[in-house]
Design a protein around this ligand. Structure first.
Ligand code: A3P
Length: 320
């Protein structure tokens, strides 16, 4: 079929990947209208792979001169990370003729769920200077996270809580886990299929390591400070010796921890299109899939993603 509706949106295929159809005009507009700057940093991910966390970490790292991470008025103590770093394709989908990013000061930090081949060519071109940080996550945890997120969205929509001003594109319906799993295995989920999404960035990171940094959610959980250092160095703003002595990387990690973000008033109460802000912060651990999936489902999904990544030299980091 040409369309499907996991988690709740009508999805359509574009360039070999599935996207909510409401985003397609934005995805097309991005290619011609977005004007990259050499200092731009894109944060890329397959949905439910740690995007919100990466947004917070990269924003706090890039803007630490203006906003020290321990400051009580730090934007991340008052705003949702998705309000600090917007999604490229969502912004253009809201208004394909406007460039909401033109007004942002450099260095701009911009997020996307697009796979590498669908990034704007002027951005990926050799010599463009722009950088990409990709975060990937174990497919089983990404699936469970997406499935539970979709359920929350459906519940919020049913209660009329998340979206007062706009009608839902599709009336939400209860989704069985098995049905969602079949669609996910088939790649019919936003940004799917996951295997080719991950491999597109993995291969780009092998080819252009100075342009594409490849991170793994599970490794970030194991050693967040080291990963923030890597992130800072890659973005061209490595922590100085004074900053290291003052523990600034640790401050960034603490500011962006799931517990800290869960306690931010804007994350407890606010809502964005179709979803309450609090839905972005659930457990934030590796391996929660085992509480929701059977071993047979796990083996099947692992097999599908491994097949897609075969020969690439990539392996998902094991959960501790
Ligand atoms: P779980 O549902 O497994 O808990 P995304 O941001 O790409 O939508 O991914 C959401 C997942 O990241 C959710 O996983 C969420 O709990 C987790 N997450 C959100 N903020 C986090 C943080 N600061 N640190 C670690 N994980 C976080």
């Amino acid at each position: 079929p040409l369309e499907t509706r996991f988690p709740l949106f009508h999805l359509r295929q574009h360039g070999g990947f599935w996207f909510p159809e409401t985003l397609l005009p934005g995805i097309v507009a991005v290619r011609t209208r977005f004007a990259p700057r050499p200092s731009d940093v894109f944060l890329a991910s397959f949905p439910k792979s740690g995007t919100t966390w990466l947004k917070a970490l990269a924003f706090a790292t890039a803007h630490r001169a203006d906003h020290p991470p321990h400051a009580p008025d730090h934007p991340l103590r008052h705003r949702n990370p998705h309000d600090c770093v917007e999604f490229l394709e969502v912004s253009y989908a809201l208004d394909p003729t406007a460039d909401a990013f033109a007004a942002l000061p450099s260095p701009r930090v911009i997020a996307t769920h697009l796979p590498y081949p669908l990034l704007p060519e002027r951005f990926t071109a050799e010599g463009a200077g722009c950088k990409v940080v990709y975060v990937c996550r174990d497919p089983k945890d990404a699936f469970v996270s997406a499935w539970l997120f979709a359920r929350k969205m459906a519940a919020a929509a049913a209660a009329g809580a998340a979206n007062d001003d706009e009608p839902w594109p599709v009336p939400p319906k209860p989704f069985g886990m098995e049905e969602a799993f079949e669609l996910f295995c088939d790649g019919q989920c936003p940004g799917g299929p996951q295997g080719p999404h991950v491999s597109s960035y993995w291969e780009a990171s092998r080819r252009w390591p100075e342009k594409v940094l490849f991170l793994q959610y599970e490794e970030m959980l194991q050693d967040p400070v080291d990963n923030v250092r890597k992130l800072a160095e890659f973005m061209g703003c490595a922590f100085s010796m004074e900053e290291e002595a003052a523990g600034v990387a640790r401050d960034v990690v603490d500011l962006c921890s799931i517990d800290a973000l869960k306690n931010v008033e804007a994350n407890k109460r606010g809502s964005r299109k179709y979803v309450k802000n609090e839905a972005f912060f659930r457990k934030g651990v590796a391996g929660d899939w085992s509480n929701h999936m059977t071993p047979a489902m796990a083996a099947r999904l692992d097999g599908i993603v491994e097949d897609a990544l075969q020969g690439s030299g990539f392996a998902f980091a094991a959960a501790e």
